[in-house]
Design a protein around this ligand. Structure first.
Ligand SMILES: CC(C)(COP(=O)(O)OP(=O)(O)OC[C@H]1O[C@@H](n2cnc3c(N)ncnc32)[C@H](O)[C@@H]1OP(=O)(O)O)[C@@H](O)C(=O)NCCC(=O)NCCS
Length: 155
């Protein structure tokens, strides 16, 4: 992490800033209520925020169930992209997943989302399947990607 950056768990107080990024990052943003429930009511959910100068500049989350973890969301403020923040957030999720006992981390990504796919490939994810018409908003396919061996140090 660079000088004024920090990564910590997301809390309810972060939601104004998280929602501002969410709404400009996804075609069908999650609602504030969805995030609130993830934080207060879903014991499988783990959400992190990245702070820079005290401000939320990105966030990511996952569900961890026994030895499987699944990334639900990852976004960086559009004005702060391409400076390694997505990569650092994803690394933090990978480390947390491993610490919580996950062997593998899976995710879905839009077929057209080249930026995210490049990020995932560079972090050791491989494409392992396709879910046809997965995204209801555009009927776009999802690529399913997986990173295996989280706990055996194969990064
Ligand atoms: C995907 C996202 C989180 C990446 O965040 P970021 O901070 O820009 O990512 P990084 O700077 O760490 O980039 C890491 C690598 O990913 C790849 N990458 C990131 N953005 C890219 C782009 N626009 N085009 C091509 N490759 C890209 C590059 O390989 C990059 O490494 P490099 O900069 O050394 O070439 C960000 O673009 C985002 O919030 N997108 C909208 C939400 C989204 O699509 N989330 C993923 C849903 S599955």
């Amino acid at each position: 992490l660079s000088g004024d950056e920090a990564i910590r768990r997301m809390s309810l107080e972060d939601l104004d800033q998280v929602m501002a990024i969410e709404e400009v990052s996804f075609p069908t943003p999650w609602s504030r209520e969805a995030y609130r429930r993830e934080i207060v009511a879903n014991s499988y959910a783990h959400y992190l925020v990245m702070l820079a100068g005290g401000e939320v500049v990105g966030y990511g989350g996952m569900w961890v169930v026994l030895d499987e973890a699944h990334v639900t969301n990852l976004a960086v403020n559009p004005t702060r992209r391409r400076e390694g923040r997505g990569k650092r957030l994803l690394s933090a999720l990978i480390e947390l997943a491993a610490a919580l006992g996950a062997e593998r981390l899976t995710l879905e990504v839009r077929r057209s989302n080249q930026a995210a796919q490049m990020l995932y490939i560079r972090q050791g994810f491989v494409a392992c399947g396709v879910r046809r018409n997965y995204y209801a908003d555009t009927q776009e396919d999802a690529l399913v990607m997986v990173k295996e061996g989280l706990r055996t140090g194969r990064r």
